[in-house]
Write a protein that binds this ligand. Structure first.
Ligand SMILES: Cc1cc2nc3c(=O)[nH]c(=O)nc-3n(C[C@H](O)[C@H](O)[C@H](O)COP(=O)(O)O)c2cc1C
Length: 196
């Protein structure tokens, strides 16, 4: 696939096979993230490539328990309402049982923290598509990035005192008949453009 084709055919995958992802492919994906541009060339993104099922299980538990404590309000962002609703029912796996979750942190007092992380995540999702893997941008750890219990756990995994999580990306083989991710181009109905 060339770059433009990889961009146009990248779609979110939310159903994954349990099949592990080869280390070689993961390394290529993470390198794509590390090669993303960063504001002022800061390169302060911090990547946690999690394929340990115990660690993933713990994160899923902590996320569910944090959302379950939150008040469900109509004025909240829709996806956040969904996370709270499902967590309160005890039925929430924020990363869709993907075999790999790459969590990306950055310095909490750096103005481009989320922008740098988002650039890295997009690069990783494009690399995943190129390598026939499905991926999905996962925002829940960003919503909960000041939750004390999650922070303590993430610090035990290597998160530094001055860092917070700004995004994560679920990666794995898509649970489709072919094992390939859905690559149907989705029509653009927004994202206005003015040529001046
Ligand atoms: C900033 C951002 C946050 C997102 N957060 C989530 C998320 O937490 N969970 C999820 O399933 N998808 C998430 N997505 C994926 C979007 O829902 C998805 O990209 C969008 O619906 C378009 O579908 P497509 O990726 O198949 O083109 C997020 C995407 C972005 C850019």
């Amino acid at each position: 696939m060339n770059t433009l084709e990889t961009i146009r055919t990248r779609r979110s995958t939310r159903k994954f096979k349990a099949q592990p992802v080869e280390r070689e492919k993961l390394e290529k994906i993470v390198e794509a993230g590390r090669f993303a541009p960063t504001g002022g060339n800061c390169q302060s993104n911090h990547f946690f490539v999690i394929s340990n099922s115990e660690v993933l299980k713990k994160l899923v538990e902590l996320v569910q328990s944090a959302f379950a404590k939150m008040e469900l309000r109509d004025d909240l962002y829709k996806s956040l309402q969904n996370s709270i609703r499902l967590s309160q029912k005890g039925n929430y796996s924020f990363c869709y049982t993907a075999p790999v979750l790459i969590v990306v942190a950055n310095k909490k007092d750096y103005g481009n923290n989320m922008a740098d992380v988002a650039c890295a995540v997009e690069n990783m999702m494009l690399a995943a598509n190129e390598l026939d893997l499905g991926s999905c941008y996962i925002n829940q750890l960003k919503w909960l990035n000041e939750d004390p219990t999650l922070l303590e756990y993430l610090r035990s995994l290597g998160l530094k005192e001055d860092e917070r999580v700004y995004a994560s990306v679920a990666i794995g083989y898509a649970d489709t008949e072919s094992g390939l991710p859905n690559r149907t181009e989705s029509p653009r109905t927004g994202n206005l453009v003015e040529y001046l």
